[in-house]
Design a protein around this ligand. Structure first.
Ligand code: HEC
Length: 242
């Protein structure tokens, strides 16, 4: 019993620590423009290393309303601005990096990010991308407060600038100093870029969520109406028996 109690306490402590460090963001799932901007950010900054293997460009373009004047999925936008790997606008969003190269460069293959927001959560990814700091001991020159000794370099060092660690007397990193050369407006714009990116990754992890939620309302309505009719029918049938 006592061991069980310790385990529960330990787990709740882990959650408390995670909570303490994670910044939270709100995603507006109806904001198509934000997801379109997020897609642009993903394919420019992340797709060189990460794939989105469960997503097809054409499905994504349809959901994000990337249409041409005829109201069809815009192949030109896909092939010029999103798919840098092949010339099939319906292909899955794989990437061109070979596993051998990835291992020799980073020590591991960058994971596929199709389901990343479901594994880690939106807040985690947002905080992760804001938690890079300069660490000359690392091969990439940076470390991450949320993901210690991460093999991924900071994709946004140009937008965010260089953050430096605040170190306590025991040598632990307890916070981060923002880059003083970046203006408030620049950092706010960087923050919006991250939010758009997370909104896009949130969409990718569950493309049909909006339809599911809308359909859910009708299903609930149907169940209420059906239960009522079934009950009235039951009363009608059993009234003579009793
Ligand atoms: C230069 C290659 C490279 C680029 C560009 C890159 N990543 Fe990564 N990423 C990696 C590698 C390598 C890892 C594995 C890190 C590890 O396990 O230490 C990783 C890990 C991650 C993880 C953590 C996965 C997990 O759950 O363990 C996330 C989230 C992530 N990347 C998001 C992004 C996003 C979003 C972008 C674009 C803004 C991006 N990455 C750009 C190489 C890259």
């Amino acid at each position: 019993m006592r061991i069980l109690l310790y385990i529960v306490l330990l787990i709740s402590q882990c959650f408390a620590l995670e909570k303490h460090i994670l910044s939270s963001i709100d995603i507006n799932r109806n904001d198509i423009a934000a997801k379109q901007r997020g897609a642009q950010v993903f394919f420019n900054y992340c797709s060189g290393c990460h794939s989105l293997q469960y997503v097809r460009y054409s499905d994504m373009a349809r959901d994000l309303k990337i249409f041409n004047k005829q109201g069809m999925v815009d192949k030109d936008i896909i092939l010029n601005y999103l798919n840098f790997v092949n010339d099939d606008y319906r292909s899955q969003a794989v990437n061109a990096m070979s596993t051998e190269d990835a291992i020799s460069w980073f020590g591991k293959r960058p994971p596929d990010l199709s389901l990343e927001t479901r594994v880690r959560g939106n807040n985690w990814i947002y905080t992760f991308l804001k938690s890079y700091y300069v660490d000359p001991k690392r091969p990439t020159g940076v470390n991450n407060l949320l993901f210690k000794d991460v093999a991924m370099p900071n994709p946004f060092s140009a937008l965010q600038g260089l953050q430096y660690p605040i170190i306590d007397e025991h040598g632990n990193v307890v916070g981060l100093k923002k880059d003083p050369t970046k203006t408030v407006a620049e950092l706010e714009s960087y923050d919006r870029t991250l939010k758009d990116l997370v909104a896009f990754l949130d969409y990718v992890a569950e493309p049909h969520k909006q339809q599911r939620l809308q359909l859910g309302r009708y299903v609930m309505l149907f169940l209420v109406v059906f239960s009522l009719t079934a009950y009235l029918y039951y009363r009608e049938v059993w009234k003579d028996v009793e």
